[in-house]
Design a protein around this ligand. Structure first.
Ligand SMILES: C[S@@+](CC[C@H](N)C(=O)[O-])C[C@H]1O[C@@H](n2cnc3c(N)ncnc32)[C@H](O)[C@@H]1O
Length: 441
């Protein structure tokens, strides 16, 4: 029994729905439609505790994202076999089924889809739901009103390639898959020896699934994935990106925004083809899509030395001389201050004003919010100890004038747009601030 056992209440209802169709009992069309759409996620939230959902990263693909994936699968080279190695209740396999034709009869379609649709999940309840939902999708495509008398007892003979398995182990152990892997993997952070190629530390399960999926696919096969933005823009995944670049040739990479109203994490859509390269080559950073800095143009790094503040307040001992101490929560949202009033003893690196402080937490822009970033200029005389939730930009020419110019650059619309493309996760990196384009004057 898993932490998802409550979900069997929903699979029992799906089962009853298919039995009703087969025995010619009246069913509501809307009810059938809901069962292959958002209902499975809604039921997940109601029947499976949040801490378990978080632990195994169970967040099913919402309808608008499923629609995007469905369009991607229908464009470009079509596959005739699909695999979702962390299939949940089958939303991406349902998207894949839209790209498949139906046959003369329901039986023939079910046999055909059984050969073509493959999936694994560690939760038996989700696997059961995925199979039943695909059966309902086939019933809907054939016109369920004409299917009474269909032998429902045969249902277990179909979708047998969707089974209870650990997807990471199966990707590692099974022979190469020829076809199309669709992926919305768990985003939880886990420890695994399979991440050795880029880290020895705990890492995103999404990075592991993508890496294993790329290795598992035969040359020429395709991968379409919904992934957390940190894999695209976070500096700790730069080696991972280089490793993946050796196997995958990207066809498109679209930033999407927040996964859905229940999961506050920004995602992007990756569409790629497997093409193993003989020699090490780098097909470029993943965030260099639109609005990147043209070669030779100037950036913040040309005018400022950018670093993270050096004080870890709850860990660093209160020794050394006393300094004014800048913390994010004491600062105004933007503007200028002379010297922070809070003080603290500190024995390591402090910063000489003038400099600009930028908060490290930064959400992607929204329609209501004018600009994503703002800085606070510190103009006083005394050196300042700076908390590590702040980024410090010290002007290379030591002037307040340059700092004021930076405040303008940070709050400009073009910087917000550039930054939304460069990094959508909530923690700004020093690298991203250094690369902010500096306007030509
Ligand atoms: C983010 S959900 C996505 C489900 C489905 N792909 C979709 O798009 O709706 C991730 C799924 O991965 C499953 N999962 C977590 N760890 C797994 C593993 N090691 N192997 C297979 N499935 C796993 C969870 O049970 C959950 O159903």
């Amino acid at each position: 029994m898993t932490g998802a056992h409550g979900y069997s209440e929903y699979t029992t209802r799906l089962q009853a729905l298919t039995t009703d169709v087969a025995s010619g009992r009246p069913v509501q069309h809307d009810h059938l439609l809901a069962s292959v759409d958002g209902e499975a996620s809604e039921q997940l939230r109601q029947l499976v505790p949040l801490d378990y959902r978080r632990r195994v990263g169970a967040f099913f693909t919402p309808a608008p994202l499923k629609q995007r994936v469905s369009e991607m699968l229908k464009s470009g080279a079509r596959s005739d076999r699909y695999l979702d190695p962390a299939c949940g209740s089958g939303d991406l396999l349902l998207a894949a089924s839209h790209a498949l034709p139906i046959q003369e009869s329901l039986e023939e379609t079910l046999e055909d889809w059984t050969d073509r649709l493959h999936g694994w999940d560690i939760n038996s309840e989700f696997v059961e739901a995925a199979r039943l939902r695909l059966l309902i999708a086939a019933l809907l495509r054939h016109g369920y009103e004409n299917q009474s008398g269909w032998p429902i007892s045969n249902a277990s003979a179909y979708f047998t390639n969707i089974s209870i398995r650990d997807g990471l182990e199966a990707l590692r152990d099974q022979g190469a898959f020829v076809g199309h892997i669709v992926l919305n993997p768990p985003f939880s952070v886990i420890s695994s020896p399979l991440s050795r190629a880029w880290t020895t530390r705990p890492t995103s399960a999404a990075a592991l699934f993508t890496y294993q999926a790329a290795h598992h696919l035969a040359d020429g096969s395709r991968l379409t994935a919904i992934l957390p933005d940190v894999l695209r823009s976070g500096s700790r995944y730069s080696t991972w990106r280089t490793q993946v670049n050796k196997i995958l040739s990207r066809s498109s990479l679209d930033t999407y925004g927040q996964f859905d109203e229940h999961a506050d994490v920004d995602v992007f859509l990756l569409d790629a083809q497997v093409s193993r390269r003989e020699r090490l080559e780098d097909s470029g950073e993943w965030w260099k899509t639109v609005g990147s800095v043209a070669a030779g143009s100037r950036s913040v790094n040309d005018f400022f030395s950018v670093r993270v503040g050096t004080v870890v307040d709850n860990r660093d001992p209160l020794d050394g001389p006393e300094f004014p101490f800048a913390r994010a929560r004491d600062l105004p949202p933007s503007g200028e201050i002379s010297t922070p009033t809070r003080r603290r003893n500190f024995s390591r690196r402090v910063f000489e004003p003038p400099f600009v402080l930028v908060r490290r937490t930064s959400r992607p822009s929204t329609a209501q919010q004018q600009s994503r970033l703002s800085g606070v200029l510190v103009t006083g005389e005394a050196p300042v100890a700076v908390d590590n939730h702040l980024i410090v930009a010290s002007p290379r020419d030591g002037s307040v004038k340059s700092c004021r110019a930076l405040l303008k650059v940070l709050s400009s619309k073009s910087t917000s747009e550039w930054l939304d493309n460069r990094i959508r996760c909530r923690h700004l990196t020093v690298g991203a601030v250094r690369e902010i384009p500096w306007p030509n004057t």
